[in-house]
Ligand binder design. Structure first.
Ligand code: ADP
Ligand code: MG
Length: 233
């Protein structure tokens, strides 16, 4: 099945403010987590240790929600830079490497390094890592994720991220990108919404091919550097 996710109301831009808030919230949360760990003395009564443990887990959960939004982002800087997509893909793969090894997932790549776009690199990486993370998580028994990056004929850069995971039904694909849609026990249901939104903001498009029990393929098209209209500064 092939569904093109592009012109839908559900991918409306969430206010830039969200990312500003999230950024400011992360620091105090880290401080709180640090003190909770210090409090967690082995001699404490077990009830109290349990309370501290729950508090830490809840903080981690909140942090994951923030990660889906702004693992990389510093709000409002670096917009419209000339970005080497292959190089950014490599950075993202490095970041996710230990996570994928923990899941017995091998990442195989075939990346062309002359793929340039105009974009915000932090946002690009955020959108890629959300897709890549899902690919890894889709294979409970491990497997391979293939990533390719090439130039397409029509002035687009084409990124392909393919897994051998559980796949999706038509209905599930249709709900991709809807806020809080998640089939995972501890999912946030925000990763795809953010990814789609970012790619749309770059005037790109996404095609999702998926088959239940076989795997999923995300094909991302981004306008090549020379195709993007720019205002002279
Ligand atoms: P989360 O990962 O927190 O659940 P996402 O927005 O990232 O939220 O993804 C939403 C849902 O889409 C996932 O819970 C999963 O059911 C489905 N999904 C996304 N990517 C894949 C994939 N590569 N393979 C199978 N299912 C996927
Ligand atoms: Mg996700």
């Amino acid at each position: 099945l092939r569904i093109e996710v592009q012109n839908s109301e559900k991918f409306r831009v969430v206010s830039e403010l969200t990312s500003v808030f999230a950024h400011e919230i992360r620091n105090p949360m880290q401080v709180t987590r640090g003190f909770l760990q210090l409090l967690n003395d082995p001699d404490l009564p077990s009830k109290k240790k349990e309370y501290i443990q729950i508090s830490i887990e809840e903080l981690d959960r909140a942090n994951e929600i923030i990660d889906d939004f702004l693992l990389f982002s510093k709000p409002d800087i670096n917009n419209n830079k000339k970005v080497n997509v292959g190089y950014q893909l490599e950075r993202v793969i490095n970041i996710i490497q230990s996570y994928s090894l923990n899941h017995n997932v091998e990442i195989k790549t075939d990346i062309l390094y002359n793929c340039w776009i105009y974009a915000n690199p932090q946002k690009l990486n955020q959108s890629l890592i959300n897709i890549l993370k899902n690919a890894v998580e889709s294979m409970p028994d491990g497997g391979i994720v293939w990533i390719t990056c090439t130039t397409a004929d029509d002035g687009y850069i084409k990124i392909n991220i393919k897994d051998q995971g559980i796949g999706m039904t038509n209905k599930q694909i249709d709900r991709l990108g809807t806020p809080f849609y998640s089939l995972k026990e501890k999912g946030t249901g925000l990763g795809m919404m953010i990814s789609f939104q970012i790619i749309r903001s770059f005037k790109g498009k996404i095609i999702v091919n998926s088959e239940k029990g076989t795997g999923t393929e995300f094909i991302i098209f981004l306008p090549q550097e020379s195709q993007t209209e720019r205002t002279a500064i």
